[in-house]
Design a protein around this ligand. Sequence first.
Ligand SMILES: *Cc1c(COP(=O)(O)O)cnc(C)c1O
Ligand SMILES: [Zn+2]
Length: 404
Amino acid sequence: MANEFTYKCVNCGDSFPNEGILYLCPHCSKLNKSGEALKGVLRLVFPYALIKRKLELNANYLEENNYLCLLPLKSLSSLPPMQVGNTPLYKVEMEKNNSSSVYLKMDSLNPTFSFKDRASALVSAFAKENGIDTIIAASTGNAGSSLAGICASQKQKAIILVPENAPKAKLTQVLMYGAKLIPVKGTYDDAYDLSLKLTEKHNLYNRNTAFNPLTIEGKKTVSFELVQQLKGAPDKVFVSVGDGVILAGVYKGFEDLLEVGLISKMPQIIAVQAEGSSNLIDNLTREAVFSPAHTIADSISVDIPRNFFMARDFLIRYSGIGIKVSDQQILSASVDLARNFGVFAEPAAAAAYAGLSKYKSENKIGQEERIVVLITGNGLKDIGSVSSQIHFPEAVDPNTYHFQ
Ligand SMILES: *Cc1c(COP(=O)(O)O)cnc(C)c1O
Ligand SMILES: [Zn+2]
């Protein structure tokens, strides 16, 4: 039954069969103009009624099947040999005398140290099943370093386009994993446009976020894991948002489980953006107007959210909310996470925790609520951004040094 799915366009609602590689909706993508949000992003629709019946006969069906029936794969053995996902969920105490529980979902522990590995793994596996050996992607840094690492583990070639100013650690990863790195003069959008040109001209397989619908499907697995780890759905999930693919993935995962009757309510999702890069939250209720992004959190610094329509639809349909945090709040959250819990997160990941702190200062949280914060990337990926928060002590003379 694996591999039975259709594609459905988020804009026009048309459906398409699973026949070969499909990126955007053929009807809507013609309308895309540079400087506008991507139209025609596709969602995958699985045979939910059938899976639901199987679950009624065997409550453990999905776990025994390792969720394969909800993935666009023939076999789980196509996935990378490394462990992607199945990351730990740490319960932490934000303050005493509060019975609500806060959990950190540690996706910074993925093989290349970011959440992006979930999407890269699925795209890579799909390529393997379809006899494709080269994958191209434009990236602000993490998607590229992720694809490079995942491809290395699968003996596939990766071509990574990044804006020339991407953080050094992420570029170092790309090169260490042996991918072809193409730094592009200009922004992520310039790298993105060039990647599409190369994809068409050289007939490559493309992993660009949202453009390739499997990026959303790969990211949804975090919701399956949360439901397993918490033995039910959490109440709230704080997600940092750039292009809105993690956000949509989280929703899609829970929605798949709602469709097959495994959970009965959608958690409330809180989309956290940087004040200087809030093009999703600012455009929830109006004709979209996008502004250039400026934030230290490079992984969520996005001029045009590539998954704008799907992310907005989900937030509105399920009463999710948006929260904006300042760069200073993001830096404080990084320090908090590191000092209080030993979790060193990159700024884009700390943003989700900053969102929770801000939410708590303005709202009451129910006594028994279970709250998840996605830790999407590792702090070592961008040490420059926290340099203002630390002070390197001067070296001491070991002969005269007295500890105080
Ligand atoms: C990509 C990324 C995000 C945001 O994901 P989107 O799908 O672009 O919204 C958040 N945190 C980290 C560390 C990332 O790499
Ligand atoms: Zn369409």
